[in-house]
Write a new protein. Sequence first.
Length: 110
Amino acid sequence: MTIDIEKVRKQLEARKAELTASIENAAESAAPVELDQQVQGRLSRMDAIQGQAMAQATIERRRIEIAQINAAFKRMEQNGFGYCVECGDEIAPKRLELNPAIARCVECAD
C-alpha cells in the first residue's frame, strides 16, 4: 500500500480541528429556544425551534465524524490503517483519498 500516513494524519487533524470549531460555533444555534410569547411570536418560535433542531442534528453529525477520525488515528497507531475493520482486506487508495477516516472496504460497506 502506498499511502503517506503522515500526510493523511495531517489531513485528519485539520479536519478534526475544523469540525471542533464548527461545533463550538453552532452551540449557540442549538441552545434551548425561549418560549415567551411576550418576546416572540408563534411563527418566530417555530422557526427558532426548527433552526435549533437542525443545528443539533448538524452537531451530532460532526461529532460522529470526529469519532470516525479518532478511530482512524487509533488504527494508525495499531498499524491497521488502510485495512478493512471487517474483512482485513486493503481499502482502495482512491477510497481513502476521498475519506481518510473510512474503516471498511467497498464490499463490506455494502
